[in-house]
Design a protein around this ligand. Structure first.
Ligand code: F0G
Length: 362
């Protein structure tokens, strides 16, 4: 049977390696382990901007719509493809949850053994269930992410395990494709780009992506990168590692980011900044974006939105600016947080139309 025209269509989206191969460290010999990640929507959110009193255009890069529901798929397609090219048999990562979900999924597809090391008790339920159902060896340590990353570095040092954290440079290469997509979708670079910062790989990757597009003449400008940490886990803001990081945004509960230098370079060269927001501000932004725009992003993703609310108060965004922000992970990763933050329970009534009408005040 010959393949249908649809299967041969050059237009069919086949993931970030297929789309951006010429910008990535791959050759025709590199296997392509893809789940058709990338090509995520860039959603204009005028109601949110109005609600926070801003006078600029804001577009959200909705990375929660990737195959494992976070931006990690962009770097993982490349990391797992390169691991296969090298002939690796075991891959490992430390994670606050999303990297492990992506590593587990892409490893399943590549038939690789995958080991994920997680901080026990501090992983959102959706992320933990992903690692388990995709079949990764899931180890929960009595420690935090920084402990897990130390262990994974040591495992990598044995030479028997391929580390797929962002200390593996190909992860950053894959993640820079989000910046490419934003430029492709807007037809230009934004003036500002806001994003959450944890281990600092993503801010490093975005800066590389925006710069490469400018260097190649595909856009004329680069944005100022505005990174946001949670107040209880803000080593880049404090200027020193935090021994016991704490925040409800468990994805960015990190005290000693691996890409510290990359983040500092991104902020300095782009004339941007890194600052922190409290858990209270994060939760306020999380609820506001859900209720004004119908966008559910996980709490870490709301940190840059909380940052935007600050920026409006400080009048640090000139009127008419074009602003983008990354919604790094889907809100359904952490349904407990959604239930707690909504602060209401379903109303239970008898099974009659009149009972429903009475309940909704009609
Ligand atoms: N947002 C989400 C939803 C994340 O999962 C992460 C990192 C970040 C933001 C921060 O990105 O680390 O590149 O600065 N999650 C990692 C993980 C640490 O293990 O899933 P970063």
């Amino acid at each position: 049977m010959s393949p249908s025209p649809l299967l041969q269509s050059a237009d069919r989206w086949q993931g970030v390696i297929h789309r951006y191969a010429k910008y990535l460290p791959v050759t025709d010999a590199t296997p392509r382990i893809s789940l058709s990640e990338g090509n995520t929507p860039l959603v204009r959110v005028d109601h949110f901007v109005e609600a926070i009193g801003g006078k600029f255009s804001l577009f959200l890069k909705y990375e929660g719509l990737n195959p494992t529901a976070s931006f990690k798929d962009r770097g993982m397609t490349l990391a797992i493809s390169k691991a296969c090219e090298k002939g690796a048999e075991v891959v490992a990562c430390a994670s606050t949850g999303n990297t492990s979900a992506a590593a587990a999924a892409y490893s399943a597809r590549a038939k690789l053994k995958c080991v994920v090391i997680l901080p026990h008790g501090n992983i959102a339920m959706g992320k933990l269930s992903q690692a388990l159902i995709y079949g990764a060896e899931t180890i929960a340590i009595r420690g935090n992410f920084d402990d897990a990353l130390r262990i994974v570095r040591e495992l990598g040092g044995t030479g028997r395990v391929e580390v797929v954290n962002s200390i593996n440079p190909v992860r950053i290469e894959g993640q820079k494709t989000a910046a490419f997509e934003i430029c492709d979708q807007l037809g230009r670079a934004p003036d500002f780009h806001f994003l959450p910062v944890g281990n600092a790989g993503n801010i490093t990757a975005y800066w590389r992506g925006f710069q490469e597009y400018a260097d190649r003449g595909l856009v004329e400008t680069t944005p100022r990168l505005m990174g946001w940490q949670a107040a209880g886990a803000a080593p880049l803001v404090e200027g020193k590692p935090v021994a016991q990081p704490e925040t409800i945004a468990t994805a960015i509960r990190i005290g000693n980011p691996a890409s510290w230098q990359g983040a500092e370079t991104a902020v300095r060269e782009s004339q941007g900044g890194i600052d922190k927001v409290t858990d209270e501000e994060i939760l306020h932004a999380y609820k506001t974006i859900a209720q004004t725009e119908g966008i559910l992003a996980e709490p870490a993703s709301a940190a840059p939105l909380a940052g935007l609310i600050r920026a409006v108060h400080n009048q640090s965004i000139p009127e008419g600016s074009l602003v983008t922000a990354t919604m790094t992970g889907h809100g359904l990763k952490d349904p407990d947080r959604a239930l707690k933050t909504a602060g209401v329970e379903p109303t239970v009534v008898d099974p009659s139309t009149s009972a429903v009408m009475k309940s909704i005040g009609m």
